[in-house]
Design a protein around this ligand. Structure first.
Ligand code: ARG
Ligand code: ZN
Length: 466
């Protein structure tokens, strides 16, 4: 019903525009672009606006896998918008969309897997902040990535494991799904009593009503959509503060608490060590979520609280913790530049091993450097993975981390760690490219590194001299 009346309003507006006012330039129809221009994911993200804040309200029943939700998006128009797109997959049923409180016409083109086209009753003026409210319900469907892995809203025995890299977010909330559009978040997640709902940022409230519990989370520092989680299930929770002063929230599936507690107990020390290495921790809190979701096959650096599909080993814990600096705080502009996250996180896990008296970063380098020129350690080059299917290939991580260890040897520890620390400090909260890092490292170290980076990041062959 609602949709019908709204469509009529839209028709009336269109009619008015056609009868006499079409010539007025202010009324020219201007649509925000359908994608944000990423070559790996052309439909991802949208043009014409910039999201400032998401307010997500969700009710999830793990038994029926039913989700009912309302997303409020507060955004600023970068141009006059007579219509715009959000990224949202078609598996959930939308009941209403409003823009600035007024019903809007919307549709989800069948030929496009993630576009929700919204036509406000009144166009949004350039530079104006506007509010979109989308109400929807249904059973979220997990999605399969170009590399064959599963992501999005992944049901577990007692809840859902929610991960969004590189494209899972629009399977459960409408958004501008590009790493470049960071925003703050509020979450209000209602789950059956006994289930815990964990999202990014800080817990700001927990209330019970009948059979249901509502958890409120606030994520203060801007976050890219691929880093959002609202993981639910039965969890044992420990909270505290690291000796260096960072609050933490650590949750584990009760079946996995015994198996994961020794490694999780290292998180405070890992967090404080990374702050020594790279400078002040970039977010208001840290943490970890260990769930029983091994069919996922990977962990993800969801902002402030990485999620683990099983009990992590220490290297994985350090890798995800390091992503808070590289990936989450300093984020790539486009997927091709994934090395800026994965190479740095992997290298940092080697540093943690070295710091704790285990294998040194050079030891890891030597182990992998022995691999034959035909090994998957070398292909594709980390600075140009070539396609979305190769984003998380071994070479992006291993050759990617070796690049940094080779740079460390070339520059010496003092200069090298100064480069990484100042890189994070300079770009924290922002988006960057591999090219920017290359230029930054050269400028900060005063050395010509163009051949070095070409050999390690761009050329296909195994590096032999640099
Ligand atoms: N960024 C994650 C990690 O290294 C891996 C995500 C893999 N995702 C995927 N769809 N294959 O820590
Ligand atoms: Zn990673």
């Amino acid at each position: 019903m609602h949709q019908v009346s709204v469509s009529l309003a839209g028709t009336i507006l269109a009619t008015v525009a056609l009868t006499g006012l079409t010539a007025a330039p202010a009324l020219a129809s201007t649509h925000g672009a359908r994608g944000a221009g990423d070559r790996y994911f052309p439909l991802q993200g949208n043009g014409g606006y910039d999201v400032k804040h998401y307010d997500l309200r969700l009710r999830y029943d793990p038994a029926s896998r039913h989700l009912r939700a309302r997303t409020i998006i507060r955004a600023t128009a970068k141009k006059r918008l007579t219509s715009f797109d959000l990224d949202f997959r078609r598996n959930l049923r939308i009941s209403t969309v409003t823009v600035n409180g007024v019903g809007a016409v919307f549709h989800q083109p069948a030929a496009l897997k993630q576009e929700l086209v919204v036509r406000p009753f009144r166009a949004v003026a350039k530079d104006k902040t506007f509010t979109v409210v989308v109400r929807y319900a249904g059973t979220p469907a997990a999605i399969t990535d170009p590399d064959g892995s599963v992501e999005g809203w992944v049901p577990t025995k007692d809840g859902a494991f929610v991960v969004g890299e590189p494209q899972g977010a629009p399977s459960w909330f409408p958004c501008n799904d590009t790493p470049r559009d960071k925003a703050t978040y509020d979450f209000r997640v209602t789950v059956p009593r006994g289930v815990t709902a964990i999202a990014n940022g800080d817990l700001t409230g927990q209330t019970r009503k009948g059979r249901w519990t509502t958890f409120r989370w606030h994520n203060r520092e801007p976050m890219s959509t691929y880093l959002v989680t609202v993981t639910t299930g039965r969890f044992d929770v420990r909270t505290g503060t690291t000796p260096g002063g960072v609050p933490y929230y650590i949750a584990s599936d009760p079946k996995l608490t015994a198996k994961s507690s020794a490694v999780l107990a290292k998180l405070p020390a890992v967090t404080d060590y990374l702050a020594e290495l790279y400078g002040p921790y970039p977010f208001s809190s840290t943490g970890a979520i260990v769930d029983d979701a091994s069919k996922v096959g990977y962990a993800l650096e969801t902002q402030t609280k990485p999620v683990y599909d099983r009990p992590p080993d220490e290297l994985t814990l350090a890798h995800e913790a390091a992503h808070m600096y590289f990936g989450d705080s300093v984020t790539f502009k486009r997927w091709r530049d994934i090395w800026i996250a994965e190479g740095f996180a992997e290298f940092s896990s080697w540093m943690w091993s070295e710091h704790t008296g285990g294998k040194t970063a050079q030891g890891f380098f030597d182990t992998y450097y022995k691999k034959k020129a035909t090994s998957s350690v070398w292909k594709p080059p980390p600075g140009n993975p070539g396609s979305a299917a190769n984003l998380f290939s071994a070479s992006v991580y291993l050759r990617g981390a070796m690049t940094l260890q080779a740079l460390r040897v070339k520059l010496g520890d003092a200069t090298f760690f100064d480069v990484l620390r100042s890189w994070h400090q300079t770009h924290r909260g922002r988006n960057v490219t591999v090219g920017q890092f290359r230029a930054f490292a050269e400028q900060r170290s005063g050395q010509d590194l163009s051949r070095f980076f070409d050999v390690w990041l761009v050329r296909k062959a195994k590096p032999t001299s640099w």
